[in-house]
Design a protein around this ligand. Sequence first.
Ligand SMILES: Cc1cc2nc3c(=O)[nH]c(=O)nc-3n(C[C@H](O)[C@H](O)[C@H](O)COP(=O)(O)O)c2cc1C
Length: 193
Amino acid sequence: MKRALGPQNGVFPTPIPLVMSGLGEEASMLALAWIMPAGSKPPALAMVMGRRHHTWELIERCGEFTVNFAPARLFREVDYCGVVSGRDRDKVSESGLTLVESAIVGPPMIAECPYNHECRLMAEYDLPTGSHMIVGEVVQSHANEEVLNAEGTRADVALMDPLVYATGNREYFRLGERLEAAYSCGKTLVKDG
Ligand SMILES: Cc1cc2nc3c(=O)[nH]c(=O)nc-3n(C[C@H](O)[C@H](O)[C@H](O)COP(=O)(O)O)c2cc1C
């Protein structure tokens, strides 16, 4: 029996990367759960980011940012970046996270986050919902050696142990076991004839 809950916007779990912008000493980051791929040629990411956030001010100024996926063990650091503003605190020093230079864009990446995208702001939209959406073109992606797949071409999610966020009860989780290969296991249900 289903119970109507009233209209909700729950989509979960989601990744919860740290989005970083700003140059040099100014660099700062926020936690962001509303993110999705938005193109493949060129690769692009769309996210909803409040205009009131300090991180948005930094992106607006320099036009560039990085998206850094944290391992599950850094749940406290990620949450910290989601409850404190860079306008009031030095989030880099207080979180204890380490910055590393990006290859192409000005804002740095986060060393402890094993998978990162360097992005240039491509577009921004004020949605009819009142939310503010931004789209970033991914100009380079990086993975730490220890999370690379056997071919060395992609990050292996099992090795990353990524932090995920569940909107429902507002909780952090880590992923469970691998089930099967996508885009193929469903074909076993196709009935002949
Ligand atoms: C679990 C979690 C998810 C969040 N997701 C988003 C999001 O998708 N978009 C957004 O604009 N803010 C999101 N926030 C809020 C910002 O991270 C938060 O307001 C942060 O303090 C802003 O920092 P800043 O002012 O330094 O940019 C989230 C916070 C948490 C804790």
